[in-house]
Design a protein around this ligand. Sequence first.
Ligand code: MG
Length: 388
Amino acid sequence: MSKEGRQGIHVLIAAAGSGSRTGLSTPKQYRRIGGKMVLRHTIEKFIDLQGLKSIRVIIAPEHAALYREAVQGLDLAPPVLGAKTRKQSVYNGLSAFTRAEYDDTVLIHDAARPFVSLSSIEHLLGAVQNGNAATLAAPVADTLVDQEYKIIDREKYSAVQTPQAFRIGLLKQAHEAFKNDDRFTDDAGIVAALGEIVTLVPGTRDNFKITTAEDMMMAERLLAAPRETRTGFGYDVHAFDPAPAEKIRLGGIDIPHPKKLLGHSDADVILHALTDALLGTIGEGDIGQLFPPSDMKWKNANSELFVKEAMRRVHHKSGHIIHADITLLAEAPKIGPHREKMIARLASMLGLDADRIGLKATTMEGLGFIGRQEGISAQCVVTVTFPT
Ligand code: MG
């Protein structure tokens, strides 16, 4: 089935554990690695999923303040309080879904697995399209033996990871069928016990669960891995529409102006230059190739869609966008009075602090097509880091 054919996708992150095995005072999901809490690293792996409807975190009541700090500025569903066991906590999370959502897919994920890759998540979602349940599972690399040193055939075994993907209705039914059964340490196990087939999707070994203090150090080393910096450049021009108008769309906001720009989409020249700059960092062509004007789907489209798709592609290559610098070339409108609002809009779109957005405007001193007020143009440079 195509990605467009997917039902809605929900993410439920299990973060209610006390993490006592690390021996640390702050629970591992709220420890910082690379300056960011583990839970935040984990959530950010899911925010660009196509078809995403909600992300919800299951937390311990005593961690409410830590949780608020971890998710500041993110658009999440309200958290759900956990219970004594992971199984009961996940059940509490599932109870937040309405019956109308039972055909949607839920991804259950451990907060302490911040290294899951977007491509693993997408493979998992592909697998659950053809069935009702799927989990990431890594092959076992070490030789396995029992107490008597009898060698166990590792080819037959996999180490189960998360995320695990299910039709919501099925997982709820499985939890209810085994409500008082404490054998289970994961959700796929409960669904398998119902007699359902769970598809195993090969996971990577770096999607490990931070459990011990040693794991925490390994996580820090992984995040400190060397990265390279790439710069992308984008340029766009739009002509003014001769018909009178009341407002013009620039930088994701509407500004009162008697002329608007001509274009197939909303003609937001700033967002188009930004989209091309992002695509430039990964060598993936330009906005015209990705969203052809011949496709009626993009008629009057909000250009934020283009930026989001370019961001998804950058994140797919593990890129971190760290800065954008934009120059608008126009005689009018003046952007000064709208600058702060536009920067706030761009910062929220890109997930950046406002001081990582440069936004400048210049007139052309009456010269050329811009000077004659036939159209306006925008230039944008973005800086993105990638793993080497
Ligand atoms: Mg354009």
